[in-house]
Design a protein around this ligand. Structure first.
Ligand code: C2E
Ligand code: CA
Ligand code: CA
Length: 291
């Protein structure tokens, strides 16, 4: 796939990266489409570095609603990227890319700073604050001073631990269980609660649940989407039962219909999140739902 040494070398490297992406211990034959894919990834990575400098990120917030009372008990902070080209790039695309480099630590720190700043602003304005969940990537656990930095930001903004929550996926925790448990314990010692995100979609051995320093299980959207399906229903019931027995709170995400809402309520789920109440909104718009 090339008529000179440079091209051959470049194209074989591209194929090698694809093989590594495929989990390693495998091979890939070079295809021109791979080149385009890698180039667009490289461009996006460069754009991400610029995005930090140019302030292109914004936090959006989605309500967490008590299923019994219907009141909003908290928010989840979700990052948005206003790309200068105007195109929408989902965090589900750029966060994994940021995880491949130091970028994830910089973005992670930015989300904490920004969210704590928002809590402080609301506190000053309304004399009250609402608990906000911040998403953490598993790669952030590799940052040795993660908890220390977090504490520093919190203190500098005058934010109380009860106003914050950490959301981390089941998969991220299981990927490096010892480090994750250690860091999550440090967060909980600070008084910050921990939610296990996308629960049921990963590969937690149930025996581990009792060892994990967590407060809430967040039922993965995939089960909610089609919750009238008998096997999904059984899984949701199972998760709620385990959660209650172990003293965790349960929250369902991706709730879009009244039918899903009523079912979850009848099953004893504590909270829900989803378009049925509100999609994630900028701070200016979410305040109208809370105060
Ligand atoms: P997640 O933490 O599981 O977030 C839930 C996703 O579901 C969000 O997508 C949210 O907008 C979407 N969602 C909420 N309600 C509904 C609904 O009723 N129906 C449907 N179909 N979707 C709903 P979003 O904001 O695109 O984020 C995608 C993922 O990107 C997040 O999944 C999270 O893993 C990651 N992410 C987002 N913001 C951050 C961040 O600040 N830091 C890190 N590390 N990851 C983030
Ligand atoms: Ca989340
Ligand atoms: Ca989730």
């Amino acid at each position: 796939d090339g008529s000179n040494i440079e091209t051959l070398f470049k194209n074989s490297s591209i194929a090698m990266y694809q093989a590594k992406d495929g989990g390693g211990h495998t091979y890939r034959m070079y295809k021109p489409s791979m080149h385009d894919k890698i180039m667009s990834r490289l461009t996006m990575e460069q754009d991400l570095w610029k995005a930090i400098k140019n302030n292109e990120f914004e936090m959006y917030y989605q309500p967490k609603v008590n299923l019994k009372t219907g009141s909003i008990e908290g928010l989840e902070a979700l990052i948005r990227w206003h790309h200068p080209s105007g195109k929408h790039i989902s965090p589900a695309v750029f966060i994994p890319l940021a995880e491949e480099s130091r970028l994830i630590h910089i973005i992670g720190e930015w989300t904490v700073e920004n969210t704590c700043g928002q809590i402080q602003e609301w506190y000053q304005k309304f004399g009250d604050a609402v608990k906000i969940g911040i998403n953490f990537s598993g790669r952030q656990f590799e940052q040795p001073d993660l908890v220390k930095k977090f504490k520093c930001i919190m203190r500098s903004k005058g934010v109380l631990p009860k106003h914050l929550e950490i959301e981390v996926t089941e998969t991220a925790v299981m990927a490096n269980i010892n480090t994750a448990v250690n860091i999550l314990e440090q967060f909980r010692e600070l008084g910050i609660q921990v939610s296990l995100d996308d629960f049921g979609a990963g590969y937690t051995s149930l025996g581990y649940l009792k060892k994990l320093p967590i407060d809430t299980l967040k039922i993965d959207q995939s089960f909610i989407r089609d919750c009238t399906d008998n096997s999904n229903l059984a899984i949701i019931q199972g998760i709620i039962a385990i959660s209650q027995k172990m003293g965790f709170k349960t929250i369902a995400e991706g709730v879009e219909t009244q039918e899903q809402h009523d079912l979850l309520k009848s099953l004893g789920c504590d909270q829900f999140q989803g378009y049925l109440c509100s999609k994630p909104l900028p701070a200016k718009e979410i305040v109208h739902l809370i105060w």
